[in-house]
Design a protein around this ligand. Structure first.
Ligand code: GTQ
Length: 349
């Protein structure tokens, strides 16, 4: 049959192309695959190898001129797309002592995970927070935000953090808006540092709190507390055979994710941990805070240490080994999978 109609079929395809029509049966298998067929590949960035390029960028352009001085981590299989997976963006942002990255706002939600240096701050919706390595900070959709580096405790050094944004998701839906602050470089600070923690960080909330909006009212989750929680749990509870001890960052007002589009986690793997394999449909970006080990991702084997970053594509089998006590951060597009009812995960072995 195929032989018999081959030429006629091709003629039909050629005839319908000007009508902007195309035959489903030629592409059905790819449109509705039996299991996820991501173009993304596992990839790894060793921080000590890429830091010099960030510092070189620091000599060539100011934070102010760049607006955001960031080197984007691109999935090697998605060149030119500014994406680490089809739905996630990742970048490394550098801010040098004395610099300001001017105030703007956008529909895209952002997370910051601090990996190098201290003394920088970010201001979100009128409240400033000082950044330390391991801190997780959110910038909810459409909130004004600017970053700076004034130093702290007499220390004045370059500060680098991982930016995770939902840029590709917002692009997919063509729903992006953005504005620059017309008045100043930095927004006025209207609340003292620690205000949101006082209001929402003590397992309490203001009595007449009637917050709308999906993002967490806690916009800074300091590493000191996260680390303490993980280590306490590691001493008292069973270590999960796949994930070690893993906590998610939540919105204390709802119990939901801290950011509506991005799941965020911190995880502890005890020295000697040799985990089982799992896979899930959410693609995930990992950033190591402490310790060293191996991540087996698909057919790749990444030997990681502090500050290294790697990406686990959708449905790629994943397992970890820890050679020292490991603490690592991760973020994924899981909340969107959950909202759409399409999340699948498998715990193997
Ligand atoms: O800090 O606002 O890496 O708007 C990409 C886009 C950071 C930011 C990025 C952004 C920002």
């Amino acid at each position: 049959m195929q032989q018999q109609y081959g030429q006629e079929r091709q003629k039909l395809y050629d005839d319908i192309r000007p009508q902007h029509l195309t035959p489903l049966w030629e592409v059905l298998h790819a449109l509705v695959p039996p299991q996820p067929m991501t173009p993304c590949v596992p990839a790894f960035w060793r921080y000590r190898d890429i830091r010099p390029y960030l510092m070189a960028a620091g000599k060539l352009i100011t934070a102010e001129e760049a607006v955001r001085r960031v080197l984007i981590l691109e999935n090697p299989a998605l060149p030119g797309r500014s994406a680490i997976t089809q739905s996630l963006y990742a970048g490394l942002q550098l801010i040098l002592p004395g610099e300001v990255a001017p105030s703007h706002r956008h529909v895209q939600s952002a997370l910051r995970f601090v990996i190098d240096g201290k003394g920088a701050y970010t201001t979100v919706a009128g409240e400033r927070t000082t950044m330390h390595p391991g801190d997780f900070i959110i910038t909810p959709s459409w909130t004004w935000h600017d970053h700076g580096n004034e130093g702290i405790d007499g220390v004045s050094e370059p500060v680098v953090w991982l930016d995770g944004l939902d840029i590709p998701m917002v692009r997919f839906f063509d729903a992006g808006f953005a504005e620059n602050d017309a008045v100043g470089k930095s927004q006025p600070v209207s609340r003292p540092e620690g205000s949101s923690h006082a209001r929402f960080g003590a397992n309490m909330a203001p009595v007449r709190h009637d917050r709308k909006g999906l993002a967490s009212p806690i916009f800074s989750y300091p590493y000191s507390r996260t680390r303490e929680a993980l280590h306490t749990l590691a001493r008292e509870q069973d270590i999960d055979a796949w994930e070690g001890v893993k906590l998610k960052y939540i919105n204390p007002a709802t119990g939901g994710w801290a950011i509506p589009t991005l799941a965020t986690f911190m995880q502890f793997l005890p020295k000697g941990f040799a985990g089982k394999r799992s896979r899930s449909t959410d693609g995930t970006v990992y950033c190591v805070t402490e310790g060293a080990g191996i991540a087996h991702v698909g057919n790749e084997r990444f030997s990681f240490g502090p500050q290294d970053i790697f990406v686990v594509p959708s449905w790629a089998p994943l397992s970890f080994e820890a050679h020292q006590d490991v603490v690592m951060f991760s973020y994924s597009d899981r909340p969107v999978h959950e909202a759409l009812g399409i999340l699948r995960e498998e715990f193997l072995d």
